[in-house]
Design a protein around this ligand. Structure first.
Ligand code: SF4
Ligand code: SF4
Length: 364
């Protein structure tokens, strides 16, 4: 198979209406905040009195971050998305078709997975399902006996060409990690655009119909919450109880677990903070909520994150800020013994605030 032309990966009718004036990605708007270097500079300047992340660890009596054995191999299949959510830390959108991982790079990822032997493969984007090689890659990972997680925005499952994906996921035992800002319609539509909530419920029902959300370990449905604003999420466990009751009662929808993420002050969330003049306040809030107990569970300790072009990073956030993992470079050269200590910067306070925040939710 050859690479499909990435620009054909999303038909115009498949792009969702942009929410609340978010006309396009920062990239497409030519925003001065689009370059990663500008975002890093903005984070440094917005609250200059705050210490470096590494110094905050030391002040708490903690050693510098080190790596644990690799568990999670995360692959970003591209920045193309059918949505343009206002909080997106990837700056994804319908205009980013050019940044789609090729079949050749996906094969290099599989080769690296064989060398590194992680426990899980975390497939993300953009909307990873829009990559023309998505099903092939997922099937290859599942055939290796790996736990595969698909980071799904739910609305993509309602596009006509993807309505069979729930069955594909069930067949391959894929954990669906589905983003839903809130179980109530207004909060979800505020962040993702009008109509998103109803389409998400439609997608969740399709997943329930093929066995997801019923406690089957091969058909796990995880929902991902992030706050609709510049504040930290409340308790993950209590929210899960509330969401399970609310979604079942009001929408006849079941799910297995809820994870709560802090909003990371990068890309479009940083843009919205800047627009409100609250970037410094949010950084101070994250810093004030620094929780030493969240440090051992930081995802950068046991994860690698591969960008659409094959570059290797410690985590999704470092990938978006173009802070490469020390000692590797490209996925073709990735092996466990080459993994250096995680690279940190000011945004890392987003991972250690409150209950902690990682791709798997709270870290405490
Ligand atoms: S937050 Fe997710 S669904 Fe929304 S634009 Fe970004 S990648 Fe797409
Ligand atoms: S942003 Fe990445 S490198 Fe920084 S603490 Fe979080 S997971 Fe680790």
């Amino acid at each position: 198979m050859t690479d499909a032309a990435p620009a054909e990966a999303l038909a115009p009718a498949e792009a969702e209406a942009s929410p609340h004036g978010v006309a396009a990605s920062l990239h497409a708007r030519g925003s001065p905040l689009a370059p990663a270097a500008t975002q890093l500079r903005r984070l440094a300047e917005a609250a200059p009195e705050l210490p470096a992340f590494a110094d905050r660890l030391a002040a708490a009596g903690l050693p510098p971050l080190t790596r644990a054995p690799l568990q999670v191999f995360q692959v970003n299949l591209g920045k193309l998305c059918n949505m343009t959510c206002r909080h997106c830390h990837v700056d994804a959108g319908p205009d980013r078709a050019a940044e789609t991982m090729s079949r050749e790079t996906l094969q290099l990822c599989l080769d690296a997975i064989d060398r590194c032997a992680p426990a899980a493969v975390d497939v993300t984007g953009g909307a990873p399902e829009l990559n023309p090689h998505f099903r092939w890659f997922v099937a290859e990972c599942a055939a290796r006996g790996l736990h595969v997680m698909d980071r799904c925005n739910l609305t993509v499952l309602t596009l006509p060409r993807f309505v069979d994906l729930p069955g594909f996921f069930a067949e391959h035992g894929v954990e669906v990690v589905a983003s839903l800002p809130h179980w109530r319609r207004p909060s979800t539509d505020k962040q993702r655009g009008d109509g998103t909530f109803d389409r998400s419920i439609d997608a969740l029902r399709r997943l329930n119909a093929v066995g997801y959300g019923a406690g089957d370990p091969r058909r796990v449905l995880t929902l991902v919450h992030n706050p609709v604003g510049a504040f930290l999420p409340s308790g993950q466990a209590s929210m899960e109880k509330e969401w399970k009751i609310g979604l079942l009662r009001d929408h006849d929808v079941r799910f297995d677990r809820l994870i709560a993420l802090n909003n990371m002050p990068i890309a479009r969330f940083l843009d919205s903070l800047d627009a409100q003049g609250t970037t410094g306040d949010y950084l101070r809030q994250l810093h004030a909520a620094f929780n030493p107990a969240a440090v051992p569970g930081l995802m950068c300790r046991d994860t690698v994150s591969i960008g659409w072009d094959g570059q290797v990073f410690d985590c999704d956030f470092n990938q978006m800020l173009e802070l490469p993992l020390s000692g590797v470079g490209h996925v073709r050269d990735l092996s466990p013994e080459r993994l250096g200590p995680p690279v940190t910067a000011r945004h890392c306070f987003g991972c250690t605030a409150g209950a902690g925040s990682s791709c798997g939710g709270a870290t405490t």
